[in-house]
Design a protein around this ligand. Structure first.
Ligand SMILES: [Zn+2]
Ligand SMILES: [Zn+2]
Length: 264
């Protein structure tokens, strides 16, 4: 057992003494290692700080605050469950310079007409043909351009569009490998890149509870492609967790974000 794991166990034990009513069996050791990786991957814990109790507890608190959980500073059941929830694979925080800071508005395009191309279609779908994917992707862009009216998203016929959209699996040549079905679903790079990748191991769907709602995930990813970071507002489209099928509506938090980058 690593010293970091021992530390995590001791943090859990102290929490369980503090709230015996909600005490649950300790999760298996691999889950603890998974939690450490999670905190590092999503920017809450700086690489190398896993053995520092204060940093570790701070990072757990920051993750809990972001997700809207009780801020206990320990890996309680709700926190571990949230870490298993499907989500976007872009980090929530930037921990590269010591204390983690939230990404809010990351960067912006210097132009308003952003052409895109869908390079391939998903392997696993529920009742979707390529024409449906085209329609869903166009709709996901329009969610943003309906509010930020200077933006437009024409389809490119070039092999070098401004924004490339791909369905890819596993390690696919950037620093964000996909992980098979569940957990991370997609990511998109901030301007001046804007490319969006969707995990091809997922089963993508539209307008139903089964599968992963492509319209919702694509709208979220395109928020990143336009320069928005993750939101702590659980009703915002830019909230990092996938909370199941729901109607796509921009929250005021999303609208304020996009208009602060691209005012009308
Ligand atoms: Zn995201
Ligand atoms: Zn990628």
């Amino acid at each position: 057992m690593s010293s970091a794991t021992v530390l995590l166990f001791s943090l859990m034990c102290s929490a369980m003494v503090g709230c015996l009513v909600e005490a649950t069996p300790l999760p298996p050791e691999e889950l603890q290692d998974g939690a450490l990786n999670y905190l590092k991957r999503f920017g809450y814990l700086k690489e190398g700080n896993e053995h520092d109790q204060v940093s570790l507890e701070d990072s757990i608190r920051a993750m809990q605050t972001f997700a809207g959980l009780n801020e206990t500073g320990v890996l309680d059941e709700a926190t571990l469950a949230m870490m298993e929830t499907p989500r976007c694979s872009m980090p929530d925080m930037d921990s590269s310079e010591g204390r983690a800071k939230r990404f809010a508005i990351v960067s912006k395009w210097k132009k308003f007409i952003l052409d895109y191309k869908i390079f391939n279609y998903p392997t696993n779908v529920l009742n979707l043909v390529p024409k449906d994917i085209d329609r869903i992707i166009a709709l996901a862009w329009s969610i943003w351009s309906d509010k930020a009216k200077k933006l437009s998203f024409p389809i490119s016929s070039s092999q070098t569009p401004t924004i490339s959209i791909r369905f890819v699996g596993g390690d696919h040549g950037d620093n964000y490998p996909f992980d098979g079905p569940g957990k991370v679903l997609a990511h998109a790079f901030y301007p001046q890149n804007g490319n969006a990748h969707f995990d091809d191991s997922e089963t993508w769907s539209d307008g139903q509870k089964n599968g992963k709602n492509l319209a919702w995930v694509a709208s979220h990813e395109f928020g990143h492609a336009l320069g928005l970071g993750h939101s702590t507002v659980s009703t915002a489209l830019m909230y990092p967790y996938y909370t199941g099928y729901k109607e796509i509506v921009l929250d005021n938090d999303d609208i304020n974000g996009i208009l602060s980058i691209y005012p009308n």
